[in-house]
Design a protein around this ligand. Structure first.
Ligand code: ZN
Length: 411
């Protein structure tokens, strides 16, 4: 399994699939088409059935049931794109056999070193086969590791027909990193009752709680007058914007919160006397608190409107996604089965809330409850990203074990 995983992963990593938030197409970039077509061929080559690719680049395939039992159809998903914030062009993965626990020189010329002094988690990987970058790009283990693991798990099941299982659906999706992964995902066509994204971090991660998320855009109109004759006339929109920000609780910000704490995050502040625009994101695990945060913003905007005039302040709030826990709790056994699968394989499950969202947050609200499983990588979205091939094997084994457990638990 290990060699297969390494080969698949490196092949996928070399295709530049960096997504682009400014593109309006789906997938947002043509590299994702390239990888999608490659995956279609590989799915067919290993013997998957109903291999399809739709007009938006979503790849789907079926592993048919080999039992008469009425096992629920389950799905596994991974995303093809890599993060927009760091280059994904010319990824050149480096293989380190039985890592000695010391510094890893990623790039000699540029003096780029992956060191346990900066990344103490490296200690967990002594003796592992690691895959790193060459220091100039990201690696794309997020989420090409997930793709390689799903593909390898399917191949394993096809090669081992003695393992009984129900129907399994797999999907490889575009544009997760720009929040659009599920936008054009056809839940009905996928036809699974439950699914798992294989898109988490280190070994054992199991996630079924995400933020409730909204974004807020505030536009403040000022009135510019020559500063020499501005008395009683000028309205400086920058200062009103500062007043807005100051009325939010200073400690409820990303830099002061962790665990289950929510926040307001001022993403950008662009202003002149005449006009200032504020862009916030609002995050909270608790739905009531989340609503209260949005209400708080409306209150502040209303009080400033009263003070400076109604037409000076506009506030636009849009919900982005919700905590998937609400949708997963009623089908809690899908989390329990993942938990059991890991325990059976000697992996300690690490259940934690995602301080962000995943495709699963949106999919769960589209009628497909979808917790998230570890894919194994570390330091996502940058040059220090790496992954253990040994843990990729474990991720593929977890997929196989979940599939087995669903069959075993069906009478
Ligand atoms: Zn990801």
């Amino acid at each position: 399994m290990k060699q297969e995983l390494i080969e698949r992963f490196i092949r996928y990593a070399k295709v530049n699939t960096q997504s682009d938030p400014n593109s309006h197409t789906c997938p947002s970039t043509s590299g994702q088409w390239e990888l999608a077509r490659m995956l279609v061929e590989e799915l067919k080559a290993i013997g998957m059935e109903d291999v399809t690719i739709d007009d938006n680049g979503y790849v789907m395939a079926t592993l048919p049931a080999n039992t008469d039992k009425n096992v629920p159809v389950i799905g596994f998903l991974a995303h093809m794109d890599t993060a927009p914030e760091f280059t994904g062009a010319n990824v050149n993965p480096q293989l380190i056999d039985s890592y000695d626990g010391g510094d890893i020189v990623l790039n000699k010329e540029q003096g780029i070193i992956l060191s346990p002094n900066d990344f103490p988690e490296l200690a967990h990987y002594k003796g592992h086969t690691l895959i790193t970058t060459d220091g100039t790009t990201l690696l794309g283990a997020d989420d090409k590791a997930g793709i390689a693991e799903i593909m390898t798990a399917m191949n394993y099941l096809i090669q081992h027909p003695e393992i009984k299982h129900g129907k399994v659906r797999v999907a490889f999706t575009p544009d997760e990193e720009i929040g659009r992964g599920p936008h054009k995902f056809d839940v009905a066509k996928f036809g699974a009752q439950f699914a798992y994204t294989v898109d988490g971090g280190p070994l054992g991660e199991l996630e079924y709680e995400s933020f409730n998320a909204a974004e807020a855009k505030i536009t403040i109109k000022g009135k510019n007058v020559h500063p020499g004759t501005a008395k009683g006339k000028m309205i400086n929109s920058i200062k009103i914007a500062m007043e807005f920000e100051q009325q939010l609780p200073a400690h409820e910000a990303p830099e002061h919160t962790e665990g289950y704490e929510g926040f307001y995050h001022l993403l950008s502040f662009q202003g002149s006397v005449e006009e200032t625009k504020l862009h916030y994101i609002i995050r909270d695990f608790d739905r009531e608190q989340f609503e209260a945060r949005k209400a708080k913003m409306k209150e502040i905007a209303a009080s400033l409107a009263q003070k400076y005039g109604n037409d000076r302040i506009t506030l636009e709030i849009n919900d982005q996604y919700y905590n998937m826990r609400e949708k997963i709790e009623p089908v809690r056994h899908i989390v329990d089965i993942a938990h059991e699968a890991m325990t059976n394989l000697g992996i300690e499950p690490k259940v934690k809330p995602i301080r962000g969202g995943t495709d699963g947050s949106q999919l769960s609200y589209m009628g497909l409850p979808t917790p998230n499983l570890f894919a194994g990588g570390e330091n996502f979205h940058g040059r220090y990203e790496y992954i253990s091939a040994d843990n990729m094997v474990k991720a593929a084994e977890v997929i196989v074990e979940i599939i087995k457990l669903f069959e075993q638990k069906t009478s």
